[in-house]
Design a protein around this ligand. Structure first.
Ligand SMILES: NC(=O)c1ccc[n+]([C@@H]2O[C@H](COP(=O)([O-])OP(=O)(O)OC[C@H]3O[C@@H](n4cnc5c(N)ncnc54)[C@H](OP(=O)(O)O)[C@@H]3O)[C@@H](O)[C@H]2O)c1
Length: 262
């Protein structure tokens, strides 16, 4: 199983005060990585780092708005100082609001593209510079199924997430010689505070048949795939986007809940 190990890696996970980012940070730390996490508010990200440390992991938390390139550089520098390097970046920070295309203002459009796409660019440029100078690493971007398929009411979000998939493919080629793998995860609907707030969905209460892809996903489902992509087992993968929106299978804890277990 050592092919699936992330032990000792120096990781950055952006947007880790809740939801998918928190799940990824907890998973990587549990598996032995040193984890630097950020969100827009120190008081929101501190408890996540404290909980990781209480469980015996190593975590460093810092306030950083990924829309601010200077703040991102400071966060990456502080991570390098704290851990002695950075060789894994998970670009998770992202968000959206729901509105028809014709109703999206100039500021609204820019805010979403700024957060999802430019935030990813800022972090990748800052951490990537360090990786290029220090023997390589892995960048894992968090896109969305909405970047792969039409998403009415979320055109700005879908466009920014589609751009992340394209950026993944392009950077994988540009940085191949520098031993930096760039991959991407495209989650389906995942139960997070962000989804509850933005879409008004308490997905856990939806009857199975009305759930997207038969069941809601959890942050752990995304963390599983990120851990794999961050491990040597994925060493022959770059430029790929892994879609994570499966149906429950036998042995999956949700299968029993949904009455699908034989
Ligand atoms: N949940 C889903 O169904 C789903 C599906 C597909 C893709 N995704 C993607 O997965 C990622 C996480 O989604 P989620 O549902 O977990 O979101 P969430 O519950 O809204 O959490 C978003 C996280 O990002 C942080 N954040 C927001 N703006 C930031 C900024 N400017 N700088 C730094 N951190 C920032 C938030 O922390 P603060 O508020 O403390 O700053 C929070 O920790 C996003 O990229 C999202 O697009 C989610």
């Amino acid at each position: 199983m050592s092919r699936f190990s992330v032990d000792g890696r120096n990781a950055i996970v952006t947007g880790a005060s809740q939801g998918i980012g928190k799940g990824i940070a907890e998973r990587l730390a549990e598996a032995g990585a040193n984890v630097a996490i950020c969100s827009r508010a120190q008081e929101r990200v501190d408890p996540v780092a404290e909980a990781i440390e209480e469980e015996g992991g190593t975590a460093f938390a810092m306030e950083c708005n990924v829309r601010d390139a200077d703040a991102v550089e400071e966060f990456v520098d502080a991570t390098v100082e704290e851990f002695g390097g950075v060789d894994l970046l998970v670009n998770n920070a992202g968000g959206e609001f729901v509105a028809d295309f014709e109703e999206i203002s100039e500021n609204g459009w820019k805010a979403i593209v700024d957060l999802n796409l430019h935030g990813t660019r800022h972090c990748t440029q800052a951490a990537g510079e360090y990786m290029r100078e220090n023997g390589g690493g892995d960048v894992i971007n968090i896109s969305s199924v909405n970047g792969q398929h039409p998403c009415p009411g979320e055109s700005h979000y879908g466009a920014s997430k589609a751009a992340i998939i394209d950026l993944t493919e392009t950077l994988a080629v540009e940085w191949a010689e520098e031993e930096i793998a760039v991959n991407c995860v495209a989650p389906g609907l995942i139960q997070t505070p962000g989804v509850a707030e933005t879409l008004g969905i308490d997905a856990d209460e939806m009857p199975p048949r009305e759930r997207v892809d038969r069941r809601i996903g959890y942050a752990e489902d995304i963390a599983d795939v990120v851990q794999f992509l961050a491990s040597p087992a994925a060493a022959f993968m770059t430029g790929e986007t892994v879609t994570v929106k499966g149906v429950p299978r036998a042995g999956n804890s949700m299968a029993e809940d949904l009455g699908l277990e034989d």
